[in-house]
Write a protein that binds this ligand. Structure first.
Ligand code: IPE
Ligand code: IPE
Ligand code: MG
Length: 253
Protein backbone atom coordinates (compact mmCIF):
# COMPACT_ATOMS: atom_id res chain seq x y z
CA UNK A 1 0.00 0.00 0.00
CA UNK A 2 2.90 2.36 -0.53
CA UNK A 3 2.07 5.55 -2.38
CA UNK A 4 4.37 4.70 -5.31
CA UNK A 5 2.78 1.35 -6.01
CA UNK A 6 -0.74 2.70 -5.60
CA UNK A 7 -0.07 5.42 -8.15
CA UNK A 8 1.51 3.08 -10.66
CA UNK A 9 -1.46 0.74 -10.78
CA UNK A 10 -4.41 1.49 -13.02
CA UNK A 11 -7.90 0.46 -12.01
CA UNK A 12 -9.54 -2.10 -14.29
CA UNK A 13 -11.81 -0.27 -16.69
CA UNK A 14 -13.34 -1.23 -19.99
CA UNK A 15 -12.18 -4.41 -21.74
CA UNK A 16 -15.31 -6.14 -20.42
CA UNK A 17 -13.76 -6.64 -17.00
CA UNK A 18 -16.06 -6.62 -13.99
CA UNK A 19 -14.58 -6.13 -10.58
CA UNK A 20 -16.58 -7.86 -7.82
CA UNK A 21 -18.04 -5.59 -5.17
CA UNK A 22 -17.16 -8.19 -2.54
CA UNK A 23 -14.26 -10.60 -2.96
CA UNK A 24 -13.76 -13.47 -0.53
CA UNK A 25 -10.42 -15.24 -0.33
CA UNK A 26 -9.51 -18.56 1.25
CA UNK A 27 -5.78 -18.05 1.61
CA UNK A 28 -4.61 -21.64 1.55
CA UNK A 29 -1.29 -23.43 0.98
CA UNK A 30 1.15 -21.57 3.24
CA UNK A 31 2.44 -24.82 4.74
CA UNK A 32 2.89 -26.58 1.41
CA UNK A 33 4.58 -23.49 -0.05
CA UNK A 34 7.14 -23.68 2.77
CA UNK A 35 7.55 -27.45 2.55
CA UNK A 36 8.24 -27.25 -1.19
CA UNK A 37 11.15 -24.94 -0.34
CA UNK A 38 12.50 -26.98 2.56
CA UNK A 39 11.35 -24.32 5.02
CA UNK A 40 9.30 -24.50 8.18
CA UNK A 41 5.50 -24.06 7.88
CA UNK A 42 5.77 -20.86 9.91
CA UNK A 43 7.84 -19.30 7.13
CA UNK A 44 4.94 -19.97 4.79
CA UNK A 45 2.65 -18.05 7.13
CA UNK A 46 5.08 -15.10 7.14
CA UNK A 47 5.09 -15.04 3.32
CA UNK A 48 1.31 -15.39 3.40
CA UNK A 49 1.03 -12.09 5.28
CA UNK A 50 3.08 -10.39 2.54
CA UNK A 51 0.68 -11.76 -0.09
CA UNK A 52 -2.24 -10.46 1.98
CA UNK A 53 -0.70 -6.99 2.17
CA UNK A 54 -0.33 -7.06 -1.61
CA UNK A 55 -3.93 -8.21 -2.07
CA UNK A 56 -5.23 -5.33 0.08
CA UNK A 57 -3.30 -2.92 -2.11
CA UNK A 58 -4.63 -4.53 -5.31
CA UNK A 59 -8.18 -4.44 -3.96
CA UNK A 60 -7.88 -0.72 -3.26
CA UNK A 61 -6.39 0.02 -6.66
CA UNK A 62 -8.90 -2.02 -8.61
CA UNK A 63 -11.91 -0.62 -6.78
CA UNK A 64 -13.10 -3.61 -4.76
CA UNK A 65 -15.41 -2.42 -1.95
CA UNK A 66 -15.27 -5.41 0.40
CA UNK A 67 -12.46 -7.92 0.81
CA UNK A 68 -13.00 -10.83 3.20
CA UNK A 69 -10.01 -13.03 3.96
CA UNK A 70 -10.05 -16.34 5.83
CA UNK A 71 -7.11 -16.26 8.19
CA UNK A 72 -7.94 -18.77 10.94
CA UNK A 73 -10.85 -21.19 10.99
CA UNK A 74 -12.62 -22.58 14.03
CA UNK A 75 -11.29 -25.96 12.89
CA UNK A 76 -7.67 -24.74 12.81
CA UNK A 77 -7.57 -25.30 16.60
CA UNK A 78 -6.76 -28.91 15.73
CA UNK A 79 -3.25 -27.86 14.61
CA UNK A 80 -0.16 -28.12 16.83
CA UNK A 81 -0.19 -25.48 19.61
CA UNK A 82 3.05 -23.85 18.44
CA UNK A 83 1.65 -23.26 14.95
CA UNK A 84 -1.54 -21.80 16.43
CA UNK A 85 0.50 -19.50 18.68
CA UNK A 86 2.57 -18.41 15.68
CA UNK A 87 -0.52 -17.53 13.61
CA UNK A 88 -1.99 -15.58 16.53
CA UNK A 89 1.25 -13.66 16.92
CA UNK A 90 1.27 -12.93 13.20
CA UNK A 91 -2.14 -11.28 13.56
CA UNK A 92 -0.81 -9.12 16.38
CA UNK A 93 2.26 -8.20 14.35
CA UNK A 94 0.19 -7.45 11.25
CA UNK A 95 -1.95 -5.04 13.26
CA UNK A 96 1.10 -3.41 14.84
CA UNK A 97 2.94 -2.97 11.56
CA UNK A 98 0.04 -2.14 9.23
CA UNK A 99 -2.53 -0.23 11.26
CA UNK A 100 -1.18 3.23 10.39
CA UNK A 101 -0.97 2.33 6.72
CA UNK A 102 -4.52 0.95 6.73
CA UNK A 103 -5.75 4.18 8.33
CA UNK A 104 -3.85 6.28 5.75
CA UNK A 105 -5.38 4.21 2.96
CA UNK A 106 -8.91 4.79 4.30
CA UNK A 107 -9.43 1.05 4.98
CA UNK A 108 -12.15 0.05 7.41
CA UNK A 109 -11.29 -3.18 9.25
CA UNK A 110 -13.84 -5.64 10.58
CA UNK A 111 -12.91 -8.85 12.31
CA UNK A 112 -15.50 -11.63 12.24
CA UNK A 113 -15.41 -14.91 14.12
CA UNK A 114 -15.85 -16.04 17.70
CA UNK A 115 -14.23 -13.82 20.30
CA UNK A 116 -14.96 -16.06 23.23
CA UNK A 117 -12.02 -18.35 23.74
CA UNK A 118 -9.55 -15.70 22.56
CA UNK A 119 -7.11 -14.09 24.96
CA UNK A 120 -8.33 -10.89 26.56
CA UNK A 121 -5.44 -8.87 25.11
CA UNK A 122 -6.17 -10.12 21.59
CA UNK A 123 -9.84 -9.18 21.89
CA UNK A 124 -8.78 -5.70 23.03
CA UNK A 125 -6.48 -5.40 20.02
CA UNK A 126 -9.25 -6.46 17.63
CA UNK A 127 -11.69 -3.97 19.18
CA UNK A 128 -9.03 -1.27 18.94
CA UNK A 129 -8.36 -1.85 15.21
CA UNK A 130 -12.06 -1.79 14.45
CA UNK A 131 -12.57 1.39 16.46
CA UNK A 132 -9.58 3.19 14.92
CA UNK A 133 -10.72 2.43 11.35
CA UNK A 134 -14.48 2.65 11.90
CA UNK A 135 -14.78 6.10 10.31
CA UNK A 136 -12.88 5.12 7.16
CA UNK A 137 -14.88 5.04 3.95
CA UNK A 138 -12.66 3.14 1.48
CA UNK A 139 -12.13 -0.60 1.23
CA UNK A 140 -13.73 -2.67 3.98
CA UNK A 141 -11.26 -5.39 4.96
CA UNK A 142 -13.07 -8.20 6.75
CA UNK A 143 -10.74 -10.60 8.52
CA UNK A 144 -12.34 -13.96 9.32
CA UNK A 145 -10.38 -15.01 12.38
CA UNK A 146 -11.46 -17.90 14.59
CA UNK A 147 -14.35 -18.03 12.16
CA UNK A 148 -16.62 -20.91 11.20
CA UNK A 149 -19.74 -20.57 9.08
CA UNK A 150 -21.71 -23.22 10.97
CA UNK A 151 -20.91 -21.64 14.35
CA UNK A 152 -21.96 -18.26 12.98
CA UNK A 153 -25.37 -19.63 11.90
CA UNK A 154 -25.82 -21.40 15.26
CA UNK A 155 -25.07 -18.14 17.10
CA UNK A 156 -27.65 -16.34 14.96
CA UNK A 157 -30.26 -19.07 15.55
CA UNK A 158 -29.63 -18.91 19.28
CA UNK A 159 -29.95 -15.16 19.43
CA UNK A 160 -33.21 -15.22 17.44
CA UNK A 161 -34.53 -18.00 19.71
CA UNK A 162 -33.75 -15.83 22.74
CA UNK A 163 -35.71 -12.96 21.19
CA UNK A 164 -38.69 -15.29 20.61
CA UNK A 165 -38.45 -16.74 24.14
CA UNK A 166 -38.44 -13.23 25.57
CA UNK A 167 -41.58 -12.40 23.60
CA UNK A 168 -39.87 -9.73 21.49
CA UNK A 169 -40.06 -11.63 18.20
CA UNK A 170 -42.65 -13.86 16.56
CA UNK A 171 -41.39 -17.02 14.79
CA UNK A 172 -43.09 -15.88 11.57
CA UNK A 173 -40.98 -12.71 11.63
CA UNK A 174 -37.81 -14.77 11.14
CA UNK A 175 -37.02 -14.16 7.50
CA UNK A 176 -33.88 -14.54 5.40
CA UNK A 177 -33.22 -10.83 5.85
CA UNK A 178 -33.69 -11.07 9.60
CA UNK A 179 -31.30 -13.98 9.86
CA UNK A 180 -28.75 -12.27 7.61
CA UNK A 181 -28.94 -9.22 9.87
CA UNK A 182 -28.11 -11.44 12.85
CA UNK A 183 -24.90 -12.78 11.28
CA UNK A 184 -21.48 -11.25 11.89
CA UNK A 185 -21.49 -9.94 8.31
CA UNK A 186 -24.51 -7.70 8.89
CA UNK A 187 -24.43 -4.75 6.50
CA UNK A 188 -21.94 -6.39 4.14
CA UNK A 189 -23.27 -7.58 0.76
CA UNK A 190 -22.78 -11.28 0.00
CA UNK A 191 -19.49 -12.14 -1.73
CA UNK A 192 -19.75 -12.01 -5.53
CA UNK A 193 -16.64 -14.07 -5.95
CA UNK A 194 -14.78 -16.46 -3.66
CA UNK A 195 -11.32 -17.65 -4.59
CA UNK A 196 -9.23 -20.37 -3.01
CA UNK A 197 -5.59 -21.02 -3.65
CA UNK A 198 -3.54 -24.23 -3.34
CA UNK A 199 -5.68 -26.46 -5.55
CA UNK A 200 -8.22 -27.42 -2.87
CA UNK A 201 -11.80 -27.10 -4.02
CA UNK A 202 -13.89 -26.72 -0.88
CA UNK A 203 -15.28 -24.02 1.40
CA UNK A 204 -13.89 -25.41 4.68
CA UNK A 205 -16.69 -23.65 6.60
CA UNK A 206 -16.09 -20.18 5.07
CA UNK A 207 -19.14 -17.88 4.71
CA UNK A 208 -21.62 -20.75 4.29
CA UNK A 209 -24.77 -18.64 4.32
CA UNK A 210 -23.29 -15.73 2.40
CA UNK A 211 -21.85 -17.90 -0.39
CA UNK A 212 -25.29 -19.05 -1.62
CA UNK A 213 -24.81 -17.32 -4.99
CA UNK A 214 -21.10 -16.61 -5.07
CA UNK A 215 -18.99 -17.48 -8.06
CA UNK A 216 -15.96 -19.67 -7.31
CA UNK A 217 -12.49 -19.63 -8.79
CA UNK A 218 -9.95 -22.21 -7.65
CA UNK A 219 -6.29 -21.54 -8.26
CA UNK A 220 -3.51 -24.12 -8.16
CA UNK A 221 -0.78 -21.87 -6.81
CA UNK A 222 -0.09 -21.61 -3.09
CA UNK A 223 -1.21 -18.49 -1.26
CA UNK A 224 2.29 -16.91 -0.78
CA UNK A 225 2.69 -16.89 -4.60
CA UNK A 226 -0.51 -14.92 -5.18
CA UNK A 227 0.31 -11.76 -7.14
CA UNK A 228 -1.17 -9.17 -9.49
CA UNK A 229 -1.08 -11.51 -12.51
CA UNK A 230 -3.09 -14.11 -10.56
CA UNK A 231 -5.46 -11.41 -9.37
CA UNK A 232 -6.10 -10.25 -12.93
CA UNK A 233 -6.62 -13.78 -14.23
CA UNK A 234 -9.21 -14.31 -11.50
CA UNK A 235 -11.03 -11.07 -12.33
CA UNK A 236 -11.01 -12.10 -15.99
CA UNK A 237 -12.51 -15.50 -15.18
CA UNK A 238 -15.16 -13.85 -13.00
CA UNK A 239 -16.00 -11.34 -15.73
CA UNK A 240 -16.87 -14.17 -18.12
CA UNK A 241 -19.40 -15.73 -15.73
CA UNK A 242 -23.14 -15.48 -16.34
CA UNK A 243 -24.70 -15.00 -12.92
CA UNK A 244 -28.29 -16.16 -13.21
CA UNK A 245 -29.55 -16.20 -9.61
CA UNK A 246 -32.11 -18.80 -10.63
CA UNK A 247 -33.28 -16.75 -13.61
CA UNK A 248 -32.41 -17.16 -17.25
CA UNK A 249 -29.40 -14.87 -17.47
CA UNK A 250 -27.62 -13.08 -20.29
CA UNK A 251 -27.56 -15.99 -22.74
CA UNK A 252 -31.36 -15.99 -23.00
CA UNK A 253 -32.46 -12.46 -22.20
C1 IPE B 1 -3.46 -21.44 5.11
O1 IPE B 1 -2.36 -22.25 4.84
C2 IPE B 1 -3.32 -20.67 6.40
C3 IPE B 1 -4.13 -21.21 7.51
C4 IPE B 1 -5.01 -22.16 7.44
C5 IPE B 1 -3.95 -20.57 8.81
P1 IPE B 1 -2.21 -23.67 5.51
O2 IPE B 1 -1.52 -23.50 6.81
O3 IPE B 1 -3.52 -24.36 5.55
O4 IPE B 1 -1.23 -24.39 4.48
P2 IPE B 1 -1.40 -25.86 3.93
O5 IPE B 1 -2.79 -25.99 3.39
O6 IPE B 1 -1.15 -26.80 5.06
O7 IPE B 1 -0.38 -25.97 2.84
C1 IPE C 1 -9.07 -23.07 5.47
O1 IPE C 1 -7.88 -23.74 5.20
C2 IPE C 1 -8.86 -22.03 6.53
C3 IPE C 1 -7.98 -20.92 6.16
C4 IPE C 1 -7.47 -20.70 4.99
C5 IPE C 1 -7.73 -20.00 7.23
P1 IPE C 1 -7.52 -25.14 5.87
O2 IPE C 1 -6.18 -25.49 5.39
O3 IPE C 1 -7.74 -25.06 7.32
O4 IPE C 1 -8.64 -26.08 5.25
P2 IPE C 1 -8.68 -27.67 5.09
O5 IPE C 1 -8.37 -28.28 6.41
O6 IPE C 1 -7.65 -28.05 4.08
O7 IPE C 1 -10.06 -27.96 4.59
MG1 MG D 1 -4.55 -25.55 4.28
Amino acid sequence: MSGETAASLKPVTGAGLHVPVHLGVIMDGNGRWAKARGKRRTEGHIEGVKALRNLVELSINYGISYLTVFSFSSENWSRPPDEIAFIFNLLRRFVASDLQRLIRNNVKVRIIGQRRGLEESLVRLIDDVEAKTAMNTGLTLVVAFNYGGKAEIVDAARSLAEEVAAGRLRPEDITEQRLANTLSTVGIPDPDLIIRTSGEQRLSNFLLWQAAYSEFVFIDEYWPDFNEATFLSVIEAYSARDRRFGGLGAAVS
